[in-house]
Write a protein that binds this ligand. Structure first.
Ligand SMILES: [Ca+2]
Ligand SMILES: [Ca+2]
Ligand SMILES: [Ca+2]
Length: 137
């Protein structure tokens, strides 16, 4: 769905990515928190719509269950459960993130290299139920 609100969300998101880590650190609050609606360095966002569109949530840590997480930012999908509802992602930072179609790392495994955004393939689109980074936390 393309509407004014979505375009505004997308524009903001792209601008943040283009500005780079230095500007983000300056603009961010003193402590970078997970799931606070700010995509801090080494966080991974899951988005309601493709092409990093719609509402999203930023994750800093492993999530063995996404059925108790919701899209926190404004826009289409805001407040909806993340589990089985994400169409795109933004891996902002140096970590590799692993995504699974099942809870607790079950089902089909995929991985997303550092500093990469994109749309989930058919296998993972609206199917991701748990996520893990390679930082052992
Ligand atoms: Ca954050
Ligand atoms: Ca969770
Ligand atoms: Ca699933």
């Amino acid at each position: 769905m393309k509407n004014t609100a979505l375009r505004r969300t997308l524009g903001t998101f792209v601008a943040l990515g283009a500005l780079g880590a230095g500007v983000l650190v300056t603009a961010a609050p003193a402590s970078a928190a997970s799931k606070d609606g700010h995509l801090d360095y080494n966080e991974f966002s899951l988005n309601w719509e493709d092409t990093q569109g719609g509402a999203w949530t930023d994750f800093q840590y492993d999530e063995s269950l996404l059925n108790n997480d919701r899209f926190v930012t404004p826009g289409p999908g805001s407040g909806a459960v993340v589990d089985n509802n994400s169409e795109s992602y933004f891996n902002f930072g140096s970590r590799t993130w692993y995504v699974y179609t099942g809870a607790e790392a079950k089902g089909v495994e995929g991985w997303i290299p550092a500093d990469l955004m994109g749309n989930f393939s058919t296998t993972f689109k609206n199917q991701v139920s748990s996520i893990y980074n390679n930082d052992a936390n």
